[in-house]
Ligand binder design. Sequence first.
Ligand code: NAP
Length: 287
Amino acid sequence: MKEITGHTKLTGLLGSPVSHSISPSMHNEAFQLLNLDYVYLAFNVQSGTLYDALKGLKAIGIRGFNLTMPLKTEIIRYVDHLSPAAALCGSVNTVINNKGVLTGDTTDGIGYMRSLTEVAGSPKDQVMTLLGAGGAAVSILVQAALDGMKEIRVFNRKGANFDKAAALIEKVHMSTQCKITLDDIEDHDLLAQSILSSNILTNSTSVGMAPNDNETLIKDRTLFHENLIVSDVIYNPRETKLLSMAKEQGCKTLNGLNMLLYQGAESFRLWTGHEMPIEPIREKYFT
Ligand code: NAP
């Protein structure tokens, strides 16, 4: 174990609850592996106390930190700069402190796109059907569009997230070439047509997450055509019902574990300037 010294730089996680998080183990292991003089701690910060926490952390020169909901949106008003993705998403999961100047970034979408690209290759000619319009969906939508995906067809239930996504899509259209549509997930015919003419199907809803392992939004197995890559942002269980059905029909599949690992790796890179040693971290915490 590397010694903590007077030079050790501080990073961490702000949220509540945070004690269950894998992030301290992942980042501290990576610091050790690269012999970097950093430490990552979890801080229990409740909604409404973020400003006070931030003032203290800035004063003591924290290098950077991650945030959990609802702090991901509360932090926006306190940072000095936002990355293009964070500005579009209206959400920050990583803050970098450069001598008192705070920059907010979002790495979930980067994590997802890195994991997708490993399986699907360049997003340039790809058409994705995206189930969901919550936090995970928005980060994927924005990053996929910024990365040059050809087309994204979003399906969600009508309601608050649907309306927010409609406004977001207008903004994304102004800053990227990606064609994005938004439709009611209850329109089963349209959803079926969309999946049949897509080469990526992504579940970014919480449907299928433990303990509801047997749930899936797609029940018709004939939609899992041979050119379809099926991905799920869920990592508990490792194989959702959606993924197991798609696999049985011969589709390539990917779960949410790599997204989780790679979003952490991107935060690590933003704070330290070093690439996280992916394989040992994957082996120890992400199998
Ligand atoms: P969220 O903001 O609460 O959004 C939830 C989404 O699921 C919304 O689109 C919601 O639709 C939809 N949904 C929930 N129940 C539904 C149902 N019965 N039928 C249709 N749609 C339904 O949550 P989130 O933060 O985006 O998280 C979603 C999932 O992603 C969770 O399982 C989370 O663990 C996972 N996640 C994974 C990673 C990773 O690194 N792998 C990162 C972030 C999140 P409405 O808008 O209609 O409610």
